[in-house]
Design a binder for this molecule. Structure first.
Ligand code: HEM
Length: 234
């Protein structure tokens, strides 16, 4: 009996075509994006440093021309992860919809949590937030950005003046709440989707996901709230 050797690329394509392949891509890219969100939160929290210049020094380090190659490499990896996450999510949604007989399952029969049901629109809204946010604090297309010198954004001033506008702060806070729901559901359901579930550990994974998602939302929301309440001034 002869066996036909399958080329590794064909095998990868076949794996991706199945729902589990797309879920694996979503999980890997999701972990990368969560990593960025945490690292970014730690960067943002430097705004509370007793040394007012701390966050600007950090931004100056990131924008230093000597670090340009590393910055663009990180940005490219991040963009690729975002693109793959969105493509896999859209294909999975279309595949699930096509496989589901119309009217077979009533909405009320689905044991889905609020966070699970909101995934399909919390994702696009968080995506829209990121576009607005980059236009706001990186590209300076919403408000004019101040610089302390070449490649040295005055991040402290730019963030505080931006958040002095209640509409901008309100939008950030709303986006952070949706990001929290998206992260919570994404982080724990990733294990279920990949078939890693256990009656003893799944509740712990859910709790850990909730703690991490809430920490991101509270940490980030605290900044516009501190500006609006006058606790953080320039
Ligand atoms: C209150 C919350 C946040 C604050 C104060 C904040 C602050 C900033 C600032 C100041 C920059 C420009 C940095 C620079 O020019 O060096 C930036 C860039 C960015 N932020 Fe945020 N951010 C927040 C939340 C988020 C969240 C939740 C995400 C993702 C979901 C995010 C994604 C990004 C991205 C993708 C960039 C562009 C990075 C780059 O240009 O390389 N931010 N943020």
């Amino acid at each position: 009996m002869s066996t036909i050797a399958i080329h590794p690329i064909h095998r990868a394509v076949r794996f991706y075509e199945a729902p589990i392949g797309k879920k694996a891509v979503m999980a890997i890219t999701g972990v990368m994006l969560v990593g960025y969100v945490f690292a970014h939160l730690l960067g943002n929290l430097q705004i509370y440093s007793s040394d007012a210049e701390q966050i600007n020094r950090y931004a100056g380090f990131l924008h230093n021309p000597a670090n340009a190659a590393a910055l663009w490499a990180a940005r490219s990896v991040l963009l690729l992860a975002v693109a793959l996450h969105i493509i896999a999510a859209t294909q999975l949604w279309l595949q699930n919809r096509a496989a589901r007989p119309i009217g077979y399952v009533k909405k009320a029969d689905l044991p889905a949590s609020y966070a699970a049901r909101t995934m399909i629109w919390s994702g696009p809204i968080v995506g829209a937030f990121v576009i607005f946010h980059v236009l706001h604090l990186t590209a300076g297309k919403v408000l004019e950005l101040r610089e302390l010198g070449p490649n040295m954004p005055d991040v402290r001033y730019n963030v505080i003046t931006g958040f002095s506008n209640p509409w901008i702060s309100g939008f950030y806070i709303l986006a952070m709440i949706l990001l929290c729901l998206h992260l919570y559901h994404g982080m724990w359901s990733m294990f279920q989707s990949l078939g890693i579930s256990h009656p003893r550990y799944t509740p712990l994974v859910k709790k850990a996901a909730a703690v991490l998602a809430i920490a991101v939302a509270v940490g980030n929301c605290s900044i516009p709230i501190a500006v609006l309440t006058g606790l953080l001034t320039y």
